[in-house]
Design a binder for this molecule. Sequence first.
Ligand code: ATP
Length: 615
Amino acid sequence: MKFLNVAEFFEKIEQANSRLDMMKHLAEMLGQANEQEIASLIYLSQGKLGPDYKNIEAGMGEQYVLESIAKISGYKKEELQKKYKEQGDLGLVAQEILSKKKQSSLYTEELTVNKVFANFLKIATTSGTGSQESKIKLLAELLNSAQPLEAKFITRVPLGQLRLGTGDPTLMDSLAVNYLNEFQTKEKKLVQELETKYKKPEDLQRQLRMRLREKIEEKYNIFPDLGKIAEMLKQKGLNGLNQIEITVGVPIRPTLAERMNTGEEIIEKLGNCAIEGKYDGLRLQCHKNENTVTIYSRNLEEMTAMFPDIVQGIRTEIKAKTMIFEGEALAVNEITGEFEAFQVTIQRKRKHEVKEFSEKVPLKLFVFDCMYLNGKNLMPLPFQERQEKLNEIITERKIVDLPERIVTSNALEVNSFFDQAIEKGLEGIIAKDLNAPYIAGARKFAWIKLKRSYKGELHDTIDAVIIGYLKGRGQRTVFGLGALLAAVYNPERDVFESIAKIGTGLSEEQLKQFAHDLEKLKTKQKPARVDSVLNPDVWVEPKIVIEVNADEITKSPVHTTAQQEFGTGLALRFPRLVKIRTDKQAEDCTHTDEIIKMYKNQKHVQVIKQEGSEN
Ligand code: ATP
């Protein structure tokens, strides 16, 4: 497939102002790719060079890219720098420059997806002495053959700033569009069933597409590599999906917990259940293949090198050949045996002085679930059976341990376990449904968290994504940042719905850091997947997740969260920034349905309180 063709699609996708349009263009583009190029095309559409867990990065800063453009255009770097300052986007600079290039190229070739992707991969894998020059040359080689429109997108990829605004859910929907005919032919019974409910052809088609998207997503949750999934679909049609299986070395998307406020509510929901402490550390997903251990973060980034002590613990204390399991790593005071605060544990998330810190801040890993063992997928088994297996294979328990746990159907016991957990310095408790399978990538009632309440009315903080900011006045103008506009994620619509303007709680240091990070994410117009009535001074690509505390959730016409449900939006009252969640991607922030539940629950609590005060 010619890259010019792709660039034309990218242009249309970038300019699309509805998700449906985006999906249509994406589906058409993916439909034109062949087996050998579809995976690369998917990664390019994500603005990446591979699935997230492989951490393949071009490692090219703005300066290298500027030099590549200078090399092929005859412009001086200083001239280009000036243009960059004016435009704020090197892609646009490259496009402009190439349309009035000063020197003509001696040798050019027509670019293909494969050629472009191969050069990017070479850029990513080049390291050591002279790598700087090689990277510049490899990019220049592409730019030398590029049309202006191609140059716009070629320049943005190595900078990690493609900004098409397509999320993985939209990509999955586009794949579903392309295999809908085959799905309909294969699933005759489902079609008949849906036909009785959905009379209009467009409604029926939408329902079918959603069902197929769910099937694709099931695979994505255990194998989060859309490039590979698209390749299997291209090769074998829908049968290709059956070949995507849980694999040691490919991280699974984590299961997530629902929230509740009391032991009584938990027992009412789950009946007899397991209760464990909620350790406030780092969630680690560990893969063991004989002596090879790989560790992933909650965000599915590889972090093995940060935890040599845990790797060693897994090698020596776990009796299994192959295994995928999850646990929370936590600093424990060696002398007193007490759990340390999150601020102590987080010091281990570092690239330098790893050995020194592994001695200074030793960790213990509390293993709370096991998804794969000795060649067998354990995810469909009930929680209780998965735990029995863990008990059998984790015996030594010096570095790798199991959480303390009770099994009960008594709410008083739950509450007293909760109190003890808080006393020990834990964050709260997690209740687990004894019969539930491991549900990858979803927030379901298989796990329920009960956290210590905060000063405010809300029982939990909210993780929101920054979608824009307002410029400050007075002292804050130093960094050009006044208030942040934040949103939560609605996965059904694949959009970020605004929920709060956060003007307080930012220290000068935070302001400075934010101003720097946000500058890089600036977009000219409202990103396609953002739904907001408020217009901030600057829009940014939804990427940075912040934890926010607030007094309550209120109805508000100026925000768009849950507008579909209530006719008016929901907003956070008196929002305050707690911290930045570097362990979450934008889509992992709090979802709209959680906000709706928190809103309804808060009303319920308020009614109970009012009744209490009247008595
Ligand atoms: P939070 O900000 O409350 O940690 P989250 O969105 O990161 O929430 P949830 O799935 O809602 O994640 O809450 C469960 C989290 O609690 C897990 O991500 C895990 O890191 C942590 N955790 C601590 N102890 C346990 C435990 N015993 N079992 C399961 N998860 C635990």
